[in-house]
Design a protein around this ligand. Structure first.
Ligand code: ACO
Length: 323
């Protein structure tokens, strides 16, 4: 049986780092409030003219280097974003061109903060079915471009960045001792649109719009749904929370992450945390966390990793893999 195994990770964060204190003279907020309510201490913001595909290209190059591959070794690129450079073409095709890749396909996946899990599930399905052998999966965002800078309840939460993984086909035995993605669990419920959305778009206002969120309601859904989807993915993989080595959650809020870990019975030592330094980078947060932790040598061959995320839609999901 074919499995999709991560053979390289990479990430890129824009140079500009903005500390919580930066917001203090612009809004009625404080470093103390942001830190205690969210766990966020700082975030990166893209420079003027620096786009989502620019960030994606840098993350992709790092992942290719790590895997020891050239762009034309890839069969395709799946890029998760809600903040593409243009309405079309897909940011993935701009990454493809930027890498100098002349073969294969490239397309975007849009499931907001859950986008990377959806993109990985997609690439995993294509690899398992035998359509492709090597896929670059990217999460890249410039949420700073859709912030309402007068809204203290949202603009302090988000950051820009990109993370990437290379998924390669490897033969496995077909049980959960295999390396690679073992199971995915995806959900959406469109009736919750108004909890988290962007108030513009091509076929409505003809503008890019700005992010609107009822944070406390999203928070409640997150705490309820994330542990559930992680448990469901583990069930499908025939594993229990006790067998999990690392939780690599979407990095939106430390309180959501802690509550989810607690519901899964996982100590915080098993949780990869980047929210303090990155803020919420939406679809980029999981591949960023994977790449940072991989760079620190934290994952050992055979480790069981669980990722989970929820975002606008609402859309949410989880993937279980063996490193
Ligand atoms: N500084 C100071 N005070 C603030 C700020 C701020 N930046 N933001 C909100 N407040 C105030 C509110 O106005 C409110 O004041 P009030 O009681 O006088 O009305 C008070 O703080 C509490 O507000 P809540 O919204 O109830 O605070 P909560 O503890 O829920 O924290 C937060 C808000 C951090 C937004 C939290 O709800 C959260 O993290 N939600 C989930 C966000 C998320 O994960 N989104 C999904 C992913 S994003 C995506 O998919 C694109």
């Amino acid at each position: 049986i074919r499995r999709a195994v991560i053979t390289g990770t990479g990430h890129y964060l824009p140079e500009r780092v903005v500390e919580n204190s930066w917001f203090e003279d612009k809004l009625d907020t404080s470093d103390e409030w942001i830190r205690t309510r969210t766990g966020i201490e700082r975030r990166h913001f893209a420079a003027e003219g620096e786009t989502t595909s620019d960030l994606g290209i840098r993350a992709a190059r790092a992942a290719l280097d790590k895997a020891g591959l050239q762009p034309d070794d890839l069969d395709g690129i799946v890029l998760a974003t809600s903040t593409p450079d243009f309405t079309f073409p897909a940011a993935a095709t701009m990454v493809q061109a930027g890498l100098g890749m002349t073969r294969g396909f490239a397309f975007d996946v849009q499931a907001v903060c859950a986008g990377f899990v959806f993109a990985m599930a997609n690439a995993d399905a294509m690899i398992r079915s035998g359509q492709v052998d090597r896929v670059l999966v990217i999460g890249a965002e410039t949420f700073s471009r859709i912030m309402d800078w007068t809204d203290r309840t949202t603009c302090v939460l988000f950051g820009d960045g990109a993370g990437a993984v290379i998924l390669e086909a490897q033969e496995g035995k077909g049980d959960n001792s295999d390396r690679g993605i073992l199971a995915c669990d995806l959900h959406s419920d469109g009736k919750y649109r108004d909890l988290l959305y962007v108030d513009g778009g091509v076929s409505t206002t003809g503008t890019a719009g700005q992010l609107r969120m009822q944070g406390n309601l999203v928070f409640r859904h997150a705490v309820e749904k994330l542990a559930k989807t992680a448990h469901a993915a583990l069930d499908k993989a025939g594993l229990t929370p006790g067998e999990v080595d690392w939780l690599v959650p979407h990095q939106a809020n430390l309180r959501i992450i802690s509550a989810t870990a607690q519901k899964m019975g996982l100590p915080m030592e098993k949780v990869v945390l980047t929210v303090a330094d990155h803020g919420n980078t939406s679809a980029a947060s999981i591949p960023l966390a994977l790449s940072v932790a991989d760079g620190e040598g934290r994952f050992k061959p055979g480790d069981v990793l669980v990722t989970e995320a929820i975002g606008g839609g609402l859309s949410w999901g989880s993937a279980v893999l063996r490193w």
